[in-house]
Design a protein around this ligand. Structure first.
Ligand SMILES: C[S@@+](CC[C@H](N)C(=O)[O-])C[C@H]1O[C@@H](n2cnc3c(N)ncnc32)[C@H](O)[C@@H]1O
Length: 319
């Protein structure tokens, strides 16, 4: 294990707290790039993420919304020390931070009950403490989530994989020998990028603004023997990766709508003329917002997949 210790920052909300303090702290975290945290602590992690619908809050790691603390787990102590200082200065007397360490193994124990192998079409995603699929026709992907998003169990990840499977089947009918390239913006654990590589993509590039995700994606790529080009950043940083093509046959963006809207004009430029943009992280009511963006950039809706409140849209350029 490359990180034997995990740093834990408990943000303790004072007992005399104003009603909106919890929401204010969560907003602070998200706006400072800390999108994964637990309301409560490791014993409260639920894998069925509570991903805020109000476009601002992202609580990736489960929620116990009455807990007196919000907890972050990271490998980087400095990052948490800076956050502790920032929070204590911003919420003077109302929130205090307590930094401690736990064994990374214990942190992983916290996941074990909730992260079980799962099958999504031909993909079989399993954690390091389980076994790969006994069926040789399955594409087994071992994912160690570390601190990143992407165990495969969130509806948006599943929808992306399903959309990709369909695209792949069509692609093979239309251009059986044509190689294909994939870009995964917001790669998290690298699950979509690794799935693409195992499916035969020639070049796969993944980016993420979260350093822990980059680390997780790199380690997962290695564990699956999948060559990925992973870099810290977003769409603009793709051009700095030298073997990366100018455009890609598949561009994934499983991120929330505000981020997708902001990046949309850059994302569409990365899609090859015959390619597709697979966007998820969108809730059903937001579909028209995305379709308006697509229309504006001369893309059309090729396929739509839905699970619960969530959507993945496959958009293609009007040629
Ligand atoms: C919902 S997770 C998706 C993870 C994985 N692709 C999956 O499908 O399971 C979204 C990821 O996007 C990253 N992210 C957020 N804003 C971003 C941006 N502007 N550019 C690149 N990545 C971003 C987050 O750090 C997070 O890892």
């Amino acid at each position: 294990m490359s990180h034997p210790l995990t740093y834990q920052l408990d943000l303790i909300l004072g007992t005399e707290r104003p009603a909106n303090l919890r929401e204010e702290v969560k907003k602070y975290l998200v706006s400072h790039g800390f999108e994964s945290f637990v309301e409560g602590d490791i014993s409260d992690i639920e894998i069925d993420y509570d991903w805020g619908h109000d476009e601002n809050l992202v609580t990736y790691l489960g929620a116990l919304q009455t807990a007196p603390n919000i907890t972050l787990y990271r490998y980087d102590e400095k990052e948490l020390l800076l956050l502790k200082k920032g929070i204590e200065e911003t919420f003077q007397g109302k929130v205090s931070g307590r930094l401690s360490t736990i064994k990374t193994q214990d942190w992983q124990e916290g996941w074990k009950d909730s992260f079980k192998p799962l099958r999504i079409n031909e993909f079989f995603i399993y954690p390091p403490w389980e076994s790969k699929s006994p069926h040789t026709e399955d594409l087994s992907i071992m994912i160690n989530p570390g601190m990143a998003f992407g165990t495969g169990s969130h509806a948006t990840t599943k929808l992306c994989l399903k959309s990709f499977s369909h695209w792949y089947a069509e692609h093979k009918i239309n251009s059986p020998t044509q190689p294909f390239h994939v870009l995964d913006v917001g790669t998290g654990t690298g699950v979509l990028a690794i799935a693409s590589k195992l499916k035969g993509a020639s070049t796969v590039v993944g980016t993420d603004i979260d350093p822990d995700s980059i680390l997780a994606a790199q380690e997962n790529a290695k564990a699956n023997d999948a060559e990925l080009f992973v870099t810290l950043g977003s769409v603009k940083e793709v051009d700095s990766i030298k073997p990366a093509p100018k455009t890609f046959d598949i561009v994934f963006a499983n991120i929330l709508l505000p981020v997708i809207s902001e990046l949309f004009s850059q994302l569409v430029k990365k899609v090859s003329p015959q390619g597709a943009l697979i966007v998820s992280g969108i809730i059903v009511e937001q579909e028209n917002d995305v379709l308006a963006l697509a229309q504006k950039h001369s893309f059309f809706l090729h396929e739509r997949n839905e699970e619960g409140d969530w959507l993945a849209l496959v958009l293609k350029p009007k040629n």
